[in-house]
Design a protein around this ligand. Structure first.
Ligand code: LMR
Length: 394
């Protein structure tokens, strides 16, 4: 029977990881998968995470099952981190999930349970796995204009026109901050206009918040999400802890569902717990406990925030450095957008053959759509990349 399976194309981002690993060239540069790396190319365990694990080791006495929807202290801490003072626990259902991807999957399952005829509107482009999951689930996907290849900014007029086509019962997937793969983001004024449209159409926003703290800071990166949640009664938020806590392999994330009233919240919470049970029963505990321990211990929280700021500041400096290097080498300001993009990624807007050339000739790996991971750079590789970009005629 298993011989009937169709071969699956490997995920492009994950395949690139493998290709990079197998490349024997010295000095190769990995700007592919969205993982933070320090100047030595190492993905460190954050100080507060390590200390939280030490405390957990000292205090935990059992490995029995936890709660089907996730630990309440984790979900509350995440609700507060994401929604700030606007978090309404009595109206918000919460679900611990297997990473941010698990939260996206459960959000889509939940939305489909509520409306089997829904359509999902996604930005063009979006994280490829968004579309892959939707296709696999058989959900109709509509795209809305987002990235303007001429300006490397957001085509906001196009976006507004296109998301206005989403009706009540449809889902509009938005990136809360640090848009993946482009690095181009909405201003808070633009978020307000998106809220106007959602208010008018009644479409359900699903916000993917995978990089809170990597763009303009923990609060600023949640500002768009909070604005939507303050204006729209029903909102789904898929939050990942992989990046901002650096706990990629622990698979920690959550789905928050803000509901219009307490009865809907209870209904939604029940449906979400059911979804966990049907998919994997109990969600992973360890990473969620780390996050709850860090967020609920004032000393660890302060240290985590400080380290996250160091990470964010480092990426911003690399952006500035790369933009200025490219300004000097290209004699133009056409790469200045790199300094104004936010988060881990920037899309260069280069054609696939040039991305290929960077890989083959210069051993520089970026995703085929010319998305580069800023955190894969350091002071000495920035000039190498800048030279390669100019030499490759990008
Ligand atoms: C990425 O976009 O590189 C990350 O979100 C990692 C992944 O799973 O694709």
């Amino acid at each position: 029977m298993l011989g009937n399976l169709k071969p699956q194309a490997p995920d492009k981002i994950l395949a690139l990881m493998g290709e990079f690993k197998a490349d024997p060239r010295q000095g190769k540069i990995d700007l592919g998968v969205g993982v933070y790396k320090d100047a030595d190319g190492h993905t460190p365990i954050m100080r507060a995470v390590l200390e939280a694990e030490r405390r957990m080791l000292d205090s935990e006495t059992t490995k029995t099952y936890s709660a089907l929807s996730g630990e309440p202290d984790f979900l509350k801490a995440m609700g507060e981190l994401v929604l700030g003072a606007g978090y309404k626990p009595e109206l918000t259902a919460g679900l611990a999930t297997v990473g941010g991807t698990g939260a996206i999957r459960q959000a889509l399952e939940l939305a489909r349970m509520a409306n089997p005829d829904l359509r999902i509107f996604v930005s063009d482009p979006t994280w490829p796995n968004h579309v892959s999951i939707m296709n696999f689930m058989g959900l109709p996907v509509e795209t809305y204009r987002y990235f303007d290849n001429a300006t490397r900014g957001v085509d906001f007029e196009g976006m507004k026109t296109d998301i206005a086509r989403a009706k009540k019962g449809d889902v509009v997937l938005l990136h809360g901050c640090c848009h993946n793969p482009t690095g181009a983001n909405l201003t808070i004024e633009e978020w307000a206009e998106v809220a106007d449209i959602l208010e008018k159409t009644g479409a359900l926003p699903l916000i993917d918040l995978a990089y809170q703290g990597f763009g303009d800071g923990l609060e600023a990166d949640a500002a768009g999400t909070r604005l939507i949640a303050s204006r729209i009664p029903e909102v789904l938020i898929a939050a990942s802890c992989s990046k901002n806590f650096g706990i990629y392999r622990e698979r920690t994330g959550c789905l928050l569902a803000q509901c219009k009233d307490a009865a809907t919240r209870d209904l939604t919470q029940g449906a979400m717990a059911f979804l966990n049970r049907q998919t994997y029963s109990f969600p992973p505990f360890h990473g969620a406990k780390i996050v709850a321990t860090v967020l609920n211990s004032p000393d660890l929280r302060a240290d985590w925030m400080a380290e996250l700021e160091e990470v964010r500041g480092g990426m911003l400096r690399l952006r500035e450095q790369l933009a200025s290097e490219l300004r000097a080498l290209s004699g133009s300001d056409r790469f200045d957008f790199i300094a104004s993009h936010r988060g881990m990624f920037s899309r260069l807007g280069a054609p696939a053959d040039k991305v290929q050339r960077l890989k083959e000739e210069f051993a520089i790996y970026m995703v085929g759509d010319s998305r580069l991971n800023i955190a894969g750079l350091n002071d000495s590789t920035v000039p190498i990349l800048a030279r390669a970009i100019v030499e490759a005629g990008i």
